[in-house]
Design a protein around this ligand. Structure first.
Ligand SMILES: Nc1nc2c(ncn2[C@@H]2O[C@H](COP(=O)(O)OP(=O)(O)OP(=O)(O)O)[C@@H](O)[C@H]2O)c(=O)[nH]1
Ligand SMILES: [Mg+2]
Ligand SMILES: [Zn+2]
Length: 334
């Protein structure tokens, strides 16, 4: 690469923090520099985000990100509150840890939603049950999550240090680990426990049990061993972004659905429905079936917003599904 002036240097770095119009980039020596974003992007998904490897050109005091290198994976979510736009959360993540605090009884449905987002990224996924020091049933919850959602589980506590080496191992060999979960779940505490230092702020949850969103921005930290770890703000109103994520989270139900007699089976009233047969035999639980339908409806809803041609058809389908679901529930005595 040629340089037109002695004071111009070009280097590759990694985005550790993103702000509007500028990013913080770490170089190979661990130095962190603020750089303006000089990349023309038409899609917000293409803008540099935490975890991106970027080309930086530095001329005197001016530091600019001129290119985003191709991403291996992208953790993204649909923006909550109605738009169908996707928001990048973190790039080049190897492992996503869905962090769940054992201080409250975890909702399998919420965990499932986070798993869909995590699986859609293309990264490997683990559920990390933290605050084990506050629960006596950690092993049962772990069994439920493995058995019902098919996810690998690690039980740990940032307070006692139990399980922390296992979580830290997810970021071994230069891998990038991203922590996602509700506010107050214990993500930042977990990050500090892994790093062995107070690198990010944490805070007590409010008395009503809801998090207060202590972490307000995504932040990537380089670990001494060569790995990377990304802390994220609590996710609220997680949207489903990709139908392949749905397919992984519900691989068993999706595979049943493919063996229904009718290709357009709604799995409500049709004869030869493999999904209903599994429900009747008890091999598929009503709770899992309903979660699948909820997520499916949400995914369809988001798709529909980007494709007005489908709108009329799906309006009809939603009405039909609601009607049929009422009938189905009545028939089952719900
Ligand atoms: N007893 C116990 N408390 C914990 C543990 N981990 C976190 N906490 C507490 O849980 C509260 C929330 O922890 P944070 O790490 O700030 O949670 P967070 O997921 O980063 O929350 P946001 O930044 O709001 O998304 C704090 O009061 C922590 O001290 C743990 O392993 N055991
Ligand atoms: Mg936090
Ligand atoms: Zn069916």
């Amino acid at each position: 690469m040629s340089t037109s002036s002695e004071t111009t240097t070009a280097w590759t770095g990694r985005v550790v923090r993103g702000d509007r119009g500028s990013v913080r980039v770490v170089d190979g020596d661990g130095g962190v520099t603020t750089a303006r974003v000089a990349v023309a992007v038409s899609d917000p998904l293409d803008a540099p985000c935490v975890g991106d490897w970027v080309s930086v050109v530095q001329t005197g005091d001016d530091v600019a990100v001129v290119a985003v290198l191709p991403r291996r994976t992208l953790l993204e979510r649909a923006e909550p509150g109605g738009s169908s736009r996707h928001q990048p959360l973190a790039a080049n993540v190897d492992v996503v840890a869905v962090v769940v605090g054992l201080d409250q009884m975890p909702s399998l449905e919420k965990v499932e939603r986070l798993l869909v987002v995590a699986w859609s990224s293309g990264a490997a996924v683990h559920v990390v049950l933290t605050k084990a020091d506050l629960a006596s049933d950690a092993a049962d919850v772990a069994d439920d999550i493995t058995g019902q959602l098919g996810a690998a589980v690690i039980v740990c506590s940032a307070t006692t240090g139990e399980g922390i080496p296992e979580v830290a191992a997810l970021a071994a060999d230069g891998a990038t680990l991203a922590l996602v979960g509700s506010s107050g779940a214990g993500k930042s505490s977990l990050m500090n426990a892994i790093v062995g230092d107070e690198v990010v702020a944490t805070s007590a949850i409010r008395s009503d049990g809801r998090g207060r969103h202590t972490t307000v921005r995504r932040e990537l930290v380089a670990l001494p061993g060569g790995g990377w770890i990304i802390d994220t703000p609590g996710l609220r109103g997680v949207g489903v972004t990709a139908s392949d994520g749905l397919a992984s989270a519900f691989a068993d139900v999706e595979s049943l659905a493919r063996s229904c007699r009718f290709a357009d089976c709604t799995h409500e009233v049709e004869p030869g429905c493999a999904v209903r047969a599994a429900l009747d035999s008890g091999s598929l639980t009503l709770r899992r079936y309903e979660s699948w339908r909820t997520l499916q409806r949400e995914a369809l809803w988001l798709e529909r917003r980007t494709d007005s041609r489908l709108a009329a058809e799906q309006n009809r389908q939603v009405r039909r599904t609601t009607r049929e679901q009422r009938r189905f529930r009545r028939a089952r005595g719900h």
